[in-house]
Write a protein that binds this ligand. Sequence first.
Ligand SMILES: Cc1cc2nc3c(=O)[nH]c(=O)nc-3n(C[C@H](O)[C@H](O)[C@H](O)COP(=O)(O)OP(=O)(O)OC[C@H]3O[C@@H](n4cnc5c(N)ncnc54)[C@H](O)[C@@H]3O)c2cc1C
Length: 444
Amino acid sequence: KMATGEWGGTMNLTEPQCGTDLGLIRTKAVPNGDGSYNITGQKIWISSGEHDFTDNIIHLVLARIEGAPAGIKGISLFVVPKVFVNEDGSLGERNVGAACAGLEHKMGIHGNATCVMAYENAKGWLVGTENKGMAAMFVMMNEARLGTGLQGLSIGTAAYQAAVEFAHDRLQGRSLTGPKSPELPADSIMVHPDVRRMLLEARAFVEGGQAFTLWTALQADLQHSNDEAEAQKARDYMGLITPVLKAYLTDKGFHVASLAMQVHGGSGYTEHFAASQYLRDARITMIYEGANGIQALDLVGRKLPANGGRAIMTWFADIDAFVSENGGETPIKPFVDGLTDAKKKLQEGTMWLMQNGMQNPDNAGAASTDYLHIFGLTALAYMWAQMAKAAQAQVDAGSTDPFYANKLMTGRYFVERILPDTGAHLVKMKTGAEVLMQMPAEAF
Ligand SMILES: Cc1cc2nc3c(=O)[nH]c(=O)nc-3n(C[C@H](O)[C@H](O)[C@H](O)COP(=O)(O)OP(=O)(O)OC[C@H]3O[C@@H](n4cnc5c(N)ncnc54)[C@H](O)[C@@H]3O)c2cc1C
């Protein structure tokens, strides 16, 4: 019933004293002796915590069984239904101990009721094993992180489309090279190079991000391949790519929404168009499902070293193979060269982390966000190189469909005006922790 959308679901991790650091969870679970538990505690910021869109809401709640070890090792996962389910699947009585204690007021995503949830001897059942609640919750969270990356990208996509529509309609000023629509009182803002910069920046991220999500979706399928080597490679990629996709696409989704607002001018900041809503809605994606700074730490601290660095080595090898297959003086050379350079910088950043992060973990923390951005840029460079190859093949075969020509023009913007950012990120990450940590906390 959850899969069909008849019932809703929530995830209850956050409490007033803990968001990122879930080892601080206080919600308690007391066994009733019949396999069920009584759950007591307060959860905050619970998405879709209460509403009447569905007949039932199934809450997944992290709590600490009485006597469990302190910290993250003592957290268990429980299923707590809003309404109990009878043996025959019909709905029974209300689980009166599970209640919404209030709605949060927030800057965006107003279509979602974000709730304070009060559990007072609410009846729940253990999911999985005692004290292994985080591992159980991560089955869902890994998927939710991919969904959040897609959410950031999708809001950016909608914002870009709105900006294009506005730019066609808005007449302001004349082209620097002479009027393009002399019959009108002014040209559309489409003629201005700086407006083009914003639109192409947005479009290059959107199309690159879409390819990246589809490529990742393919890996998600390949995890279930009958060929064990192929399945293992896909699993490695899913682990490595999840924090990159979540953080990079949400950072850029918000950036695109901001560019789209700028294209709208004052009409974007006021509420006449959807631009301001997109900006507000996009912002949360950088925070929930693990703040983006935490994704960067997950990438450098857990995902890179996993299995002796097997996933990142495979990633480099796959890019090298693509480069050697597609090298030479072809029309897509700028894409292949751009990818080669980005991969080199990612490799250099990885080496720097190995050498400097181990000796001082603050170096890894200080470099993590810039490293994640180099990774995101390299991933998009890889996607753009593949898209350019496919588009160029169509052009070479005589296609006059503007889709392919436009794809190549958008990709050229990515390679020439976005990809060079890898250099700045590498320089910044290599400065290490000292510049960040030297100032005493009380001086802020
Ligand atoms: C609209 C909305 C919906 C939400 N929905 C849900 C939900 O359905 N279920 C749920 O359980 N939660 C939900 N949350 C909570 C959300 O997941 C948390 O807000 C998020 O995980 C960050 O936790 P926090 O707010 O406590 O920030 P904090 O953990 O206090 O972090 C504050 C800042 O410090 C940084 N930081 C913290 N620790 C570290 C560290 N060790 N290293 C480096 N930087 C660090 C963070 O990156 C962040 O920038 C929601 C929140 C909002 C606003």
